[in-house]
Design a protein. Sequence first.
Length: 745
Amino acid sequence: MGLATSRQHKDVASPKSLMTISLVTSLTLVAMVLVLAWGRGNHNDAAETEDGRSLQSAAARELLLQTRELEGLAAAAPRNGQWPTLPDARKFTHVFVVDIAKNSAVSGLKEFGQAADYKPFAPLLKGLLAALRDDSRPALRGALADGGVDAASEQATTNVGAYIALENVGYAASIVAIADLGLDAAAARVNGARVVALVGLRRLDSEFLNRIASNAGIGALGVVAQPSGDAGLASAIVEGSGGRAFFEWRADRPGDRLVGQIGTMLVSFAALFAGLLAWRTTTGLVDSESKAKRLAGHDLLSGLPNRLLFTDILEIELEKIEEQGGALALFYIDLDRFKEINDSFGHEAGDRVIVAVARRMQETLRATDTVARFGGDEFAILQPNVKSLYDSEQLARRVLAALREPFDIGDNQVRVGASIGMALGPADARDGEVLMHCADLALYRAKTAGRNRFVVFNQTMVAQHEQRRTTEQELRFAIDNDQLVVYYQPIVSIDGRKLVGVEALVRWNHPVRGMVPPSEFISLAESRGLILPLGEYVLRQACKDARLLGGIRVAVNVSAIQFRHRNFVQTVENMLAETGLDPARLELELTEGVVVDDADEAENAMIDLRAMGVRLALDDFGTGYSSLIYLRRFAFDKIKIDRSFLESVESTGESAIIVHSVVHLGRALGLTVTAEGIETPEQHRFLQALGAHELQGYMFSRPVPVQQIIAICENNYVMPPPIPVYPDDEVKTAAPSPAPLAGAA
Ligand code: C2E
Ligand code: CA
Ligand code: CA
């Protein structure tokens, strides 16, 4: 929430309290934005506005971090009635325990001042405290009403922060309200109130200001009592109930120097301050607030903290653990079907899903948890105060369940789902970066294990990660050293008797592991940038081999990454020229993934390829979200019905209906319809009856070395008799017996 954060437990959060706090926040931010806009108006200098933004962002971040730290202090407070030493990083000038209802200090904190020192600050902080007091969540309200707190109640903290100025001295103020802080009983019960706020004030000294300045990438920053007010210089004042302060810095940009002939170019922009902001006005805030959010380390779309801020918070929590013990859990979350939604329903719909996902996650979490968006469809959660692994597993389950429910986007309902990787600090790692890596490895596992699940990190994943890296290196070597082999699987006429084409399928002849199937290295190749040389190798080999195969078509699988590469069309053209293959005999099998990211680009490439005479097939038809859309838009020659439908054709009526419709649809659009994965005579008969054009499957032949295809071609393309995939007419079970790679025998 920008300068102020408010963290709410879902059971006790109330719209009203949120409103109040966001009002304070928004008003502060609006004030800052207005001042900024004003300054900009005077100067009309883009560079300077940039500076102002960076400054605002850095100042807000600093404040947020300070507030988090104060919160850590509050959480640690009850121990032995002793306040722990404050971390050095953000030195507070004053820390007070304040009675929220009375806006007076119950006590000062040791060396951080006496209760009496609070007095001059009271009017400046009035508004902020009012926001906390108006919090209508049961835990706080009950406590205020009867002076007692249900010991079992959730620790419900709310925090806010603002820059204030007292007698021309600026302060960063953080306030944390505590419902069930087990404070020293005597202190806490003074004046009959058990709800207190911890108020931390830090003077805007040079250390603090330098940190902001260096984060903002601007020159020396100062706080001045009065803006310089020179003619032509911007200055800004935000009046408050007694305080005013100005951030001022020397703009050191060439453009500024030009403009600022007067010498020094001072751009003032001011901050002030919550206490003085009256409860009025509502409209027009949203825009400014969201702007400020982005500036303050938040993701603009979802309003959640971004990666940068999240990392800072993680570091702070880990430091806290280092000093005080305890544990935290870190979750990496990836949405399962986001890309498909984006693609099928448009980016706007995708954005709405992101916003809804963010909201659902927040509703699922506790007040003390932090959820961030890392960009795209990646999120992260930090769960502090973890008592047992079970706590964290429960959280993961809740998040999964929440994201499994459908989302409404316009007239459509979509299902998203998520995969989660989880790691524990300090058990898995003490260092934030390492811990994030652990969670990432766990997420990788969750995704490869079929998504829609959570996986807890364990050290074996590091070894497996190493293994993948080794495999990657070996694969690199394999591509350059002829360890890849291309097999061909026959595509046959609908009666199963004639060879009409082949599909090139790559294998890796590994010196130790033997023939490795593509399922074990294609995705690795894709993620490690090896798919380009690999794909090129297969394409070249297939074009070369094709010349030995009479007049039949040769189909080559093209990975989306490969297809999207800007030289792809050129590569194909070169390959055809190099091998002298008739383009009409080459067929490229594409999947929907090909057009996911840039449909226009894909369309252009497809038009070029077709102009060359190359044929295009849509592979794995029916598995994606939006095949129909693609079919209408893109000029395919062929569709290949995915094997998964064939597998269940006999067992589920639904599959049969889908296959039925797809065949008819394909025919109606004038496309060749190929069914792959034919294993049984029943499947064969079924597709024959539906009117499919071509068949492919183990029943007719597994993928085999090129010599065997040559033999069929030489025999007038007559296929050898079908091989029973399930001998003895045994009832077909879900999957065929794991066959050795065809032709390897
Ligand atoms: P795909 O394009 O769907 O290829 C068909 C896969 O189904 C092949 O597996 C084939 O052996 C298998 N198959 C064919 N008939 C049957 C059947 O009756 N029953 C069963 N259970 N399976 C059958 P393979 O060779 O393991 O290839 C797997 C995937 O790897 C391919 O799926 C394709 O996506 C990818 N792939 C293979 N070669 C290449 C390549 O050169 N480049 C790229 N980018 N991907 C490739
Ligand atoms: Ca294929
Ligand atoms: Ca396929």
